[in-house]
Ligand binder design. Structure first.
Ligand SMILES: [Zn+2]
Length: 410
């Protein structure tokens, strides 16, 4: 059902037709066997449900064509495109929020500079003006860190000079394909730590345990040996990390597209690696969006909370997609990196524990899905403050009966 501008109208669902779905039940659109490598945990995936005139309605996420006001949870909405003829959404529906709590959350927020982008001074000033305290920047690729140290030093000096134009603190994101435990990768890791020292980074994001899971046989032995070699290489660098005062934040990952499982897709595996290393300078980075794809973000947060020193926040639809939801998005991509509130991460469920935790909260939002920084900061703050209200303008994601469609895996 479209209105004159081609935008689908909200279509409330009849009482009794709306149902929660179990993201881990294949019969209800759950993951295929490629994801079921760990015991299923906390199975119910939270949508955004509200009671409206006695009916339950599940709202879907933001798309470029969505009318403003997708702010049932937040009490704030992402701003309309400049071409929109509609006015700003009403803001008066939310209950009074705890200002002190919201300020504490806002003071922990950071935002990513997308991979392969260079952070210009105006960009950084824009982040700062939007209220962010942290910025995440990617390092040069592994080959540069490994074998072209002079070039890496020049790059680090330039980054430091750019950062000097603002007060943002730095989170460095290391190369995605860096896995310590071979001579070449270890040289790159040493180059990464040198780069971190030169840029005065507080955290270095590292993809640990990034090895394929094999079902026995030769590959299983290769994976096991490779993981042990990585752990030993990290152990050897604990003193260096402590003398630099930089924290290696080991991140749980998720498949970007459907594909074979890897050790790092399990937050529990990453948590175990961090616990065994046992250093205050090697901590866990819990990526909430990734954890929502591979299992239960709430369970991952609860079980690893004491070892977490950094969060990545972004949204997605988990391992299945609602029927007709977000047609502007890639229909196969799982790891969408949407702005918080625009997918099905259960922010309301996560909010109390996230709000109470001291670790920085770095937003990782993919450029095509990224509202301007001020909106992202405001909406995220409201989500984590647990401010919940219904706001007109959302659309139903369950217009066709509420059954999520399975992402085709074959
Ligand atoms: Zn991440």
């Amino acid at each position: 059902m479209l209105d004159r501008s081609g935008t689908p109208r909200e279509r409330p669902v009849e009482p009794g037709r709306v149902r929660r779905f179990n993201a881990h039940d294949p019969g209800q659109g759950g993951p295929g066997p490629w994801l079921r490598v760990w015991p299923a945990e906390a199975p119910v995936s939270e949508g955004r449900w509200c009671e409206e005139m006695g009916k339950s309605v599940l709202h879907q996420g933001f798309t470029a064509r969505q009318p403003h006001g997708n702010n049932w949870l937040a009490g704030e909405s992402y701003r309309c495109p400049m071409t929109s003829k509609t006015s700003l959404p009403p803001l008066g529906l939310a209950p009074p929020a705890d200002d002190a709590g919201r300020k504490r959350i806002a003071a922990r927020l950071g935002i990513n500079v997308p991979s392969q982008w260079w952070p210009t001074a105006p960009m950084l000033k824009g982040f700062e003006a939007a209220g962010f305290r942290w910025v995440q920047v990617h390092t040069p690729p592994r080959g540069v860190l490994c074998d072209r140290r002079d070039a890496a030093r020049q790059h680090a000096a330039a980054l430091r000079a750019t950062l000097a134009t603002c007060g943002l603190q730095l989170v460095l994101h290391g190369p995605d394909d860096l896995s310590a435990g071979t001579p070449e990768h270890d040289r790159a890791l040493d180059g990464l730590l040198e780069y971190a020292a030169a840029t005065r980074a507080r955290y270095v994001v590292y993809h640990g345990a990034n090895f394929p899971i094999a079902d026995g046989g030769q590959q299983a032995a290769v994976t096991r040996d490779r993981a042990r070699a990585e752990e030993a290489a990290l152990q050897e660098r604990l003193d260096r990390l402590e003398s630099l005062g930089v924290t290696l934040a080991v991140e749980n990952l998720a498949p970007v597209f459907p594909g074979p499982p890897r050790l790092c897709h399990s937050p529990a595996v990453v948590h175990g690696l961090v616990q065994r290393l046992g250093s205050p300078r090697v901590r866990m980075l819990l990526d909430i969006g990734h954890a929502h794809i591979t299992g239960s973000a709430s369970e991952a947060l609860r079980s690893a909370t004491d070892e977490i020193s950094l969060f990545h926040l972004h949204d997605n639809f988990g391992c299945s997609r609602p029927a007709n939801a977000a047609p502007a998005l890639d229909p196969l991509r799982l790891d969408l990196h949407l702005a918080p509130g625009n997918g099905r991460v259960p922010w309301r469920q996560l909010a109390p524990r996230l709000a109470d935790h001291p670790a920085p909260l770095v937003l990782e939002v993919h450029p095509p899905n990224r509202p301007e920084p001020l909106s992202v900061a405001r909406v995220t703050t409201e989500l984590l403050a647990g401010r919940a209200t219904r706001v007109d303008g959302s659309r139903s994601a369950v217009a066709d009966g509420g059954r999520p469609s399975r992402v085709p895996l074959g």
